[in-house]
Design a protein around this ligand. Structure first.
Ligand SMILES: [Zn+2]
Length: 371
């Protein structure tokens, strides 16, 4: 793919800050990629970044939208103590034991500020606090966010002056976000869901470079606020017309689901929130068989996606989800280096085939509501 490098793109994507509701950096990074490979690119009212590629088919029913979320798990200031220590709440499914202590950046309204997320010292007796409790509870007490704080060395008043107050977002600092190359595997923070975004950027670029048009109209929807209830996806599912909704996300490579930690994409049949449509997953199994690609299937619990949220709220009648097998989800995540190229391949095969008879089974795409 000409000048497009998946590893570099993924690495750079992961360095962009994107706490839910604050996805500007990620969107700014992605926009030029979409502009160079889509027919039209825009950002909608809730912050989704959308790239449209006009398909070969003239039937508006032949249309597909693919969702991948831009946001990442993060923290939010709950309050600032008199001594300037910042107390936090989670923003999405983030856990202190998985993220660990270390540098964070506080995205103040006027100014950004570095801080250190911590939970006190371990060299303490029962006269002290949290760290002692956690050490001496024989593993029965997991650290919670109320045990932690962010130290900045600044007073509460100085933090207020920077526009840092209850509601301010806090993210893992940029210099902790580097990708680690293990040869066959890559690891890093926020592969959920930058790995999926890298996949869609690579897909769009590949279509462009090879001068290929998808058969259906294609909407690449990079969504906002997935980690806190998929607000962006629900909004896009109501407004962006398409007969079929696909989601792209990371999936837990765990024995519980018989998902192997390989580069084989996962076709999902259900999660905690909704059923994905059997015809859609089955169709992708056929595509995989045709091109001789090994894929996996899964029935997930303790998992939700943009698409299952959109479906369960009645905005996405026909849906499928493809996942990239991932270890350490919602922590320092690991994927196989060939997982993204494989996912690009199966998606492009699907998009290039004549899916008219498949898409006709689904209900007509929504038209904008006009009084
Ligand atoms: Zn995700």
């Amino acid at each position: 793919m000409s000048d497009f490098n998946i590893k570099t793109t993924l690495d750079e994507l992961c360095r962009q800050y994107g706490p839910s509701g604050y996805e500007q950096e990620v969107a700014d990074y992605c926009r030029p990629f979409l502009e160079s490979s889509c027919d039209k690119v825009w950002r909608d009212e809730v912050g989704n970044l959308i790239g449209f590629v006009d398909g070969e088919s003239d039937d508006p029913q032949d249309s597909v939208r693919i969702f991948a979320h831009m946001d990442e798990i993060a923290l939010m200031v709950k309050r600032i103590e008199k001594d300037g220590l910042i107390r936090v709440d989670p923003l999405g499914g983030i856990y202190p034991n998985l993220i660990g202590v270390g540098p964070v950046e506080i995205l103040g309204r006027h100014e950004r500020q570095m801080g250190i997320l911590g939970a006190g010292s371990v060299h303490v007796s029962e006269n002290s606090s949290t760290a002692y409790d956690i050490q001496h509870s024989m593993g029965n007490k997991a650290m919670t966010w109320s045990d932690t704080h962010v130290f900045t060395g600044l007073s509460r008043e100085a933090l207020y002056r920077k526009g840092i107050r209850a509601g301010t977002r806090i993210v893992i600092a940029r210099h902790r976000r580097t990708l680690t190359d293990l040869g066959d595997f890559w690891a890093g923070y926020f592969f959920d869901n930058r790995a999926a975004i890298a996949t869609l950027l690579a897909l769009a670029r590949q279509l462009k470079d090879r001068n290929q048009r998808p058969f259906p109209d294609l909407y690449i929807v990079l969504t906002a606020e997935e980690e806190v209830g998929a607000h962006g996806a629900k909004f896009a599912a109501r407004n962006v017309p398409a007969a079929l909704t696909l989601g792209l996300d990371v999936g837990p490579a765990e024995e519980e689901y018989s998902i192997d930690f390989t580069p084989s994409p996962i076709l999902v049949y259900r999660d905690e929130e909704a059923l994905y449509d059997r015809q859609v997953a089955d169709h992708f199994l056929d595509v995989a068989e045709r091109i001789g690609m090994h894929v996996q299937t899964a029935a997930l619990s303790s998992y939700r996606s943009d698409v299952s949220h959109a479906k369960s709220s009645g905005r996405s009648p026909f849906s499928g989800l493809i996942c990239i097998p991932t270890k350490n989800t919602h922590s320092y995540e690991i994927i196989h280096r060939s997982a993204i190229p494989n996912t690009v391949r199966i998606l492009s095969e699907f998009l290039l085939e004549d899916t008219h008879s498949l898409l006709q089974q689904f209900c007509p795409p929504p038209t904008p509501y006009v009084e």
